[in-house]
Write a protein that binds this ligand. Structure first.
Ligand code: ROI
Length: 160
């Protein structure tokens, strides 16, 4: 079993409902156990501003799945939520991002881990810090250090 962190995001068609349902879906993943789920946060959109705010959360999963098998499972859950992606960095019903996988650095055509935008996204850093304040990234950077360049003041906690 290794630990993996997954980011959840939605800003279309009842975003809170999609995130809540996705939390339930993640509990059902094979060879995996959902260990921790963050609160739900409301965040300003990164990307085009003419879209609704996002609901975001992060979970910690213990899993026996290989990274690409886990990615397949996440994409299958996205499809179950009739994932629509109207335009690049535009609104979406459900995004599940594999943020961290153990202390691995992975780069292939399907997957970049740690997630390429992790250190620039308050809606990832905030919930990650809630779950694991002492987390250190595979490159040795403590998560707390990212707050200097990416403050999380804009995040609004909407639900425990
Ligand atoms: N912005 C916020 N606040 N939250 C997200 O989950 C999110 N996801 C995205 C883009 C469109 C980049 N912006 C986002 O994919």
């Amino acid at each position: 079993m290794v630990n993996a962190f997954i980011g959840l995001g939605s800003n279309l068609d009842n975003p809170k409902g999609h995130v809540r349902q996705a939390l339930e879906d993640l509990k059902q993943l094979p060879q995996s156990q959902l260990l921790l789920a963050s609160k739900l946060y409301l965040s300003k959109p990164v990307g085009p501003q003419d879209q609704d705010d996002f609901v975001n959360a992060v979970v910690l999963l213990a899993t026996e799945l290989e990274p690409l098998a886990l990615l397949d499972e996440l994409q299958s859950i996205e499809q179950q939520h009739q994932r629509v992606r109207e335009r690049h960095w535009g609104p979406r019903t459900l995004d599940l991002d594999l943020l961290l996988f153990a202390d691995q650095t992975i780069r292939n055509s399907r997957l970049t881990v740690p997630h390429a935008e992790l250190s620039r996204r308050d809606f990832v850093i905030g919930p990650l810090l809630e779950l694991c304040p002492e987390l250190v990234l595979p490159n040795g950077t403590p998560l707390q250090q990212l707050l200097q360049q990416c403050p999380i003041d804009g995040l609004i906690c909407i639900e425990a």
